[in-house]
Design a protein around this ligand. Structure first.
Ligand SMILES: Cc1ncc(COP(=O)(O)O)c(C=O)c1O
Length: 444
């Protein structure tokens, strides 16, 4: 080994691949349905198609649609198909981005620039429920928009009256989720968007999670409330192809009511010695593979394929919900209509329950305010439903009887966060932890 971990001479492809394979042994077992976030797996056949499409366009750069008309066409078709799914009309305009966070960052930046240009607002505010994804707060932080957080009601959906009270002449954007990540419920999009329309400000619907699932569930007869661009007042919407669209990571779609609004998203630089430069989003170089893979999976599955997958997802989610409700002390929060849900434990600490599930090989994300555990059901969970529910019943009984191993480090940190409403120390812990992970590759 040379300095800084560099091998002095290169290794064979077989050796490098063997080392990659060996390294992933400790990784989360998403293929086996043991995790409930991060990966959306629709089976090996779909994954294989996505891998091949990504590989074909791995080197191509969607920064230049002039050099790669293929990517330009794929992007336009993905945007068009997504608009068709989400209530777009003849004027709808959109773009692909690298993921939900980039779509959200851009929607907020667009609103800020629209507010300045069209309303003369210099100190913009955005009104959003506390359950909206942190990418909105990141956007607020990056772009100097003041976030005005509103509470959710007992059903975990945004409080419409609180939204009304929070609107000021500085408001440029109102936000709702379809569904929200923490509890999987759909905000009252119609009412919220109508308030935004009354004030003639923008409304973004965050359908990053639900954009490629809810429309298919509706077609299957599920009662899914309206949330798309066809709802009066909704001026933009984001939907991630790399979530329930089952594409490769790096693919989301951001749609606007019209091209005039989308123009506020773009960036142009006219005086650079390197030439005239224009870029639609936050990234410079844009991975062609992600665009091609999104196009490929949408064409491969078609509407029928997505309907079949949605059917499997909702059948499995229903079994999880019923199973959880049948376990003494467990309660599903709100009335989540799709595949994402949270449940709490009323006979013990939910975070200790998560520890108990961890010891049984299940990785559940922990939530706070109120403490709960999070589930995001995908087709990969269908075969493990009964095993999961059996372990959950056992782990819950163990925590209730005080026969578990007590409070783990993670459970203690959540306890600390709950006890410190201003969050400064926990924020420092998170920032230090992020640095440590980068510095040690996680081994430190
Ligand atoms: C509702 C919602 N919005 C936005 C995001 C952010 O998406 P990404 O992680 O692709 O940036 C997520 C991610 O889970 C989400 O659930």
């Amino acid at each position: 080994m040379g300095s800084s971990g560099w091998p002095v001479s290169g290794q064979s492809a077989e050796e490098v691949l063997r080392r990659l394979e060996a390294s992933r042994r400790q990784d989360a077992d998403w293929r086996g349905g043991r995790t409930f976030s991060l990966v959306y797996h629709a089976g090996e056949e779909v994954a294989d198609l996505v891998r091949r499409a990504y590989g074909m366009f791995m080197a191509e750069n969607a920064l230049s649609p002039i050099a790669f008309p293929s990517l330009r066409r794929f992007e336009a078709e993905v945007v068009g198909m997504t608009a068709g799914l989400l209530g777009g009309g003849p004027g709808t305009a959109g773009a692909m981005t690298s993921g939900g966070s980039e779509s959200i960052l851009l929607a907020v930046k667009t609103a800020r620039d629209w507010g300045a240009a069209e309303r003369g607002v210099r100190d913009p505010e955005m009104v959003l429920p506390v359950t909206a994804h942190p990418a909105f707060l990141k956007a607020a932080h990056y772009f100097g928009v003041r976030p005005v957080l509103v509470p959710v009601g007992p059903d975990f959906r945004a409080d419409v009256e609180a939204v009304r009270r929070s609107l000021t002449p500085r408001t440029v954007l109102v936000v709702g989720s379809a569904p929200s990540y923490p509890h999987g419920v759909v905000d009252p999009i119609e009412e919220m968007a109508s308030l935004a329309a009354e004030r003639e400000v923008l409304f973004h619907c965050d359908a990053c999670l639900g954009g490629f699932l809810l429309p298919f569930l509706r077609k299957l007869g599920r009662p899914i409330p309206p949330f798309g661009l066809d709802v009066p007042g909704v001026t933009s919407i984001s939907a991630d192809v790399h979530k329930y669209g089952y594409a490769a990571k790096g693919a989301s779609v951001l749609l606007y009511r019209d091209a005039g609004l989308r123009r506020h998203q773009f960036f142009a630089c006219t005086h650079w010695p390197g030439g005239l430069y224009g870029s639609p989003g936050i990234l410079g170089t844009r991975p062609g593979g992600a665009v091609a893979a999104a196009w490929a999976v949408m064409n491969y599955l078609g509407e029928e394929g997505y309907l079949r997958l949605a059917q499997r997802v909702i059948r499995t989610a229903d079994r999880f919900r019923e199973g959880i409700r049948a376990i003494p002390g467990l309660r599903v929060l709100g009335d989540p209509p799709a595949s994402v849900m949270a449940f709490t434990f009323e006979r013990g600490d939910p975070h200790r329950l998560a520890d108990g599930m961890e010891r049984r090989g299940w990785h559940l994300d922990r939530q706070q305010a109120p403490p709960s555990l999070h589930l995001m059901i995908t087709p990969a969970h269908e075969p493990v439903t009964d095993a999961f529910l059996g372990d959950l019943r056992e782990a819950a009984a163990e925590v209730e009887a005080g026969e578990d191993e007590g409070v783990s480090g993670v459970a203690a940190i959540y306890g600390m966060a709950a006890a410190m409403p201003d969050g400064t120390e926990v924020r420092d812990l998170i920032l230090d932890f992020l640095g440590q992970l980068l510095d040690t590759g996680g081994d430190g």
